[in-house]
Design a binder for this molecule. Structure first.
Ligand code: GTP
Length: 519
């Protein structure tokens, strides 16, 4: 098995050959990624954990890391600020802004088909511009005049459908088309702002994002740059986040959990994500989900996928399409984007919220709660929250949970308490079969009282001895054996006799998980 570690986490893929690396060298060089560890070869299914971070960075950790790639944090200090400023700025902009629809989706899902359809079918008055971003900048650009044309010339269509970087310019037909690798090094905000400024006829924009991009970090960066922008007119406004899902490959790709690096798709040498990571995050943080290639699956399969997507994202509009044929008004100028709403959209977040709102009791979604829940049950789709006010034993967590197959689990995400790392809240997540655990922040109870955030938004109970320390992990699956997962996790909790020892004794426990700190 190959251990991937980087950007604060390590992953083990189940299907790889064992590698043998020295544990001492594991974290010797933070730049050296994709190394491995001896315990990796003993884990059958999933493993962990995080690359080290200096102790003095821990308190700022969630905020510091929030800007790029990771979306998991209970502490979302930046979000409400962004939201407030964004709303104020948008209202101020009024009709002078340029609404931007961002389109996500894994390679081949049908993003370009959708863009092409939008260009061909949006009203001429809309002044729709389209931008296709590659990993290094603009791959192709279609914008400006006469976007009401019913179809793109075939040459343009072909080029729009290819992702060759720096494709050659082409012009002619009903719209202007240019393409280049210009924009390399520019942010998406700068690119769309430049386009909006350069072409007064462009009144709205649709942007195809690279196949491995995920919406949340892009949105954060976009809002950051909007905040810093001096301009007052023709400023890009984030309007709708769309994710295109391939009806046929979504579930198989989640289960396969291949590494982007193995497919030559990683963004850089630090990129240790799996395809499942990308797929799930693209779905969780979207305003609209388009199940494309509906013609390739049965209506029952399409409905099943719709129910799964609903579990992963509780608020997105879900549409079905063939060749991206979606009504333009559902994706353009919808004013759907809201940072605060986006943050609450993921199913795991909703599960945790509901759990605490409903009295912090183990909550089970009963099939008779509503029609959709009953249909979910028919399809074997379920979710629950695992909660406990006891720490996990690190060795048992490794041996009795992380080494096991988790039948039917599609997604788990939340926060965990490890006995041997008593003061640090771990962030837990799986997408498909790869598990990752990373340090999220100090528990509130581990901070000096004057440094506590007082954030009680999750309505968590405060244990008189352990404070906010607990296990709180949301689980979403198809044909998932809830009792088995619960029993597995329960078996990792400290027993009464172990609880007696307290944190000092727990710190001496054998902990096979990689350190979260530099030596
Ligand atoms: N059967 C079927 N094929 C489709 C559908 N939508 C797109 N395709 C085909 O799927 C392939 C990929 O479609 P694209 O629109 O290029 O997908 P993409 O997401 O832009 O792909 P990348 O550019 O590689 O990221 C093309 O051959 C399309 O013709 C659909 O609804 N049904």
């Amino acid at each position: 098995m190959l251990l991937h570690q980087g950007l604060g986490r390590c992953l083990v893929a189940p299907s790889k050959e064992p590698h043998h690396c020295s544990p001492q060298s594991k974290f010797a060089n933070k730049a050296a990624r994709n190394t491995c560890s001896p315990w990796a070869s003993t884990t059958a299914h999933k493993s962990c954990m995080a690359a080290p971070i200096p102790t003095n960075q821990l308190r700022a950790y969630p905020e510091a890391r929030g800007a790029k790639r990771r979306s998991c944090s209970r502490h979302r200090a930046t979000a409400s600020t962004h939201k407030t400023e964004y709303v104020a700025r948008s209202e101020e902009q009024g009709s002078h802004d340029v609404p931007v629809t961002l389109v996500y989706g894994f390679g081949g899902a049908g993003k370009t088909s959708l863009l092409r359809h939008m260009l061909a079918n949006s009203s001429g008055d809309a002044g729709l511009g389209a931008l296709v971003l590659g990993p290094q900048g603009i791959n192709r650009l279609q914008h400006g005049q006469n976007t009401s044309s019913t179809s793109l010339p075939s040459q343009q269509s072909d080029q729009l459908g290819s992702h060759a970087e720096g494709a050659e310019d082409a012009a002619g037909g009903s719209g202007s088309y240019s393409s280049s690798s210009q924009g390399a090094g520019q942010s998406m905000f700068e690119l769309v702002q430049g386009l909006a400024a350069a072409d007064p006829s462009c009144r709205s924009l649709i942007v195809e994002c690279p196949g491995t991009s995920v919406p949340l970090p892009d949105a954060i960066q976009f809002l950051d740059e909007l905040e810093q922008s001096e301009k007052r007119e023709r400023v890009p406004r984030l309007d709708t986040l769309v994710t295109v899902v391939d009806a046929q490959t979504f579930l198989p790709q989640i289960h396969a959990s291949e590494y982007l690096a193995d497919l030559g798709l990683s963004e850089d040498e630090l990129d240790d994500r799996t395809v499942a990571d990308v797929l799930v995050e693209q779905v969780e943080y979207a305003d609209v989900l388009v199940i494309n290639k509906a013609d390739t699956v049965s209506s029952a399969q399409a409905r099943q996928l719709e129910l799964i997507l609903r579990k992963l994202n509780r608020s997105a509009e879900i549409l079905q399409a063939v060749h991206g044929r979606v009504q333009a008004s559902l994706l353009l100028g919808t004013r759907s984007f809201s940072f605060a709403d986006l943050e609450q959209a993921p199913g795991w977040q909703a599960e945790l919220n509901t759990f605490f709102e409903q009295g912090r009791q183990p909550h089970h979604h009963r099939s008779n709660e509503c029609e959709e829940a009953s249909e979910e049950a028919d399809h074997g789709i379920s979710s629950f929250v695992y909660y406990a006010q006891r720490p996990f034993h690190p060795k048992r967590l490794m041996d009795q949970a992380l080494s096991m197959e988790w039948q039917g689990v599609l997604r788990s995400k939340g926060f965990f308490w490890l006995a041997s790392r008593h003061d640090i809240m771990g962030a837990w997540q799986t997408a498909g079969t790869a598990w990752q655990g990373e340090p999220n922040a100090l528990w509130e109870a581990a901070r000096p009282s004057e440094e506590r955030t007082g954030d009680n938004s999750t309505m968590q109970p405060w244990h008189e001895q352990w404070g906010d320390r607990c296990q709180q992990i949301a689980w979403i699956g198809m044909d998932m054996d809830e009792e088995q997962v619960r029993a597995m996790l329960d078996s990792c909790l400290l027993e009464d006799s172990e609880m007696v020892g307290g944190p000092e004794a727990w710190a001496q426990m054998e902990d096979p998980l990689p350190s979260w700190f530099e030596d």
